[in-house]
Design a protein around this ligand. Structure first.
Ligand SMILES: [Zn+2]
Length: 319
């Protein structure tokens, strides 16, 4: 059987057909039509579904479900995108709109971080686990939780906002308006901000050299690479980052006692340089004094498509 999975982001609209064996057997990728109405976006998505069926030389009815992983927040009923600022979507009835194109195919909707955790459960780092937590460390911090072998959608259906757990009282201001959230401390954005301060304050640093003294050229990778190469100022920044991230993970470990925690997103590409000290600090800080696995997420760019396609399986009694 085949399930269709959409990964809808502010830049690209990616879609794939996922076979029961979890392989993506066909895929398409088009630019997200910024500024268009949601009806037009849904029509473009429907076109991709029809084109995929044509590519595979099968009828559209062979697709048993359509799952949509999207940036932004979903309402408690799981059918409306409440806010997805980078898509320009507010109170968009996405499932109803897709049903206008495919009235007989079940359509599911989820936040992209939740879908990524579901993808890891079926095809990645969470295979065979029942309790697991995914942090995606990028421009923001997303999070997905697996409980009882299923994607946890929140007690009231609102999902989770791991990135907005407060880990530093009075800490830096967050995108949500609070202070000291995980998202204000554990993002690539935080690393870039610190790197930019270095450009102004320490022109002898490796960060300054790599960014050619230009604040706009500072990236999280430059800060991490400078730390890897032993630059003391970059190491200070990186160690503070590891301290914050390990506190965030330890708090989640205290709450859920998960079998495994996975880290994905751009910052996780720092590899063992990040994972080794994070594991050590989580072990030190953990109340349980036992080792909780902290591993890299495995699916990267395909997580959205696979997770979206697996939404049907996550719903009891379907597919
Ligand atoms: Zn916040």
């Amino acid at each position: 059987m085949y399930q269709v999975g959409f990964d809808v982001g502010g830049t690209n609209l990616k879609v794939g057909v996922v076979h029961d064996n979890l392989e993506i057997v066909a895929s398409r990728n088009v630019a997200f039509p910024k500024g268009e109405t949601y009806e037009k976006v849904a029509a473009l998505m429907a076109e991709q579904v029809v084109a995929l069926a044509k590519d595979m030389n099968i009828p559209v009815t062979d697709f048993k479900s359509i799952g949509i992983a999207t940036a932004g927040s979903i309402d408690a009923s799981g059918s409306i995108i409440i806010h997805a600022h980078n898509l320009g979507f507010h109170d968009v009835p996405m499932i109803d709109e897709m049903h206008k194109h495919f009235p007989k195919i079940p359509v599911y909707l989820a936040n992209d971080a939740d879908a990524a955790a579901l993808a890891e459960l079926h095809a990645g780092a969470f295979r065979g686990k029942k309790t697991a937590v995914l942090f995606t460390l990028g421009t923001g911090v997303g999070g997905g939780i697996i409980l009882g072998g299923k994607m946890f959608k929140g007690g009231m259906g609102h999902g989770n906002e791991l990135g907005h757990m407060i880990v530093q009282h009075g800490g830096p201001i967050c995108t949500c308006g609070n202070r000291g959230c995980i998202e204000s401390l554990c993002t690539a954005t935080w690393l870039i901000q610190q790197g930019r301060k270095v450009i102004v304050e320490y022109p002898i640093s490796m960060i300054y050299e790599k960014a050619e003294g230009d604040m706009n050229k500072v990236t999280a990778k430059i800060v991490i690479d400078s730390a890897k190469e032993g630059d003391t100022i970059a190491l200070d920044i990186f160690n503070t980052y590891v301290d914050s991230l390990s506190s965030a993970i330890t708090s989640v470990v205290a709450l859920l006692d998960p079998e495994v925690v996975a880290l994905g997103g751009g910052v996780s590409l720092a590899g063992d340089f990040l994972f080794a000290p994070v594991r050590e600090m989580v072990k030190q800080k953990s109340f349980f004094k036992v080792y909780h696995e902290v591993v890299p997420a495995q699916l990267g760019n395909t997580a959205g498509i696979i997770g979206a396609a697996m939404l049907a399986r996550n719903e009891e009694g379907s597919v």
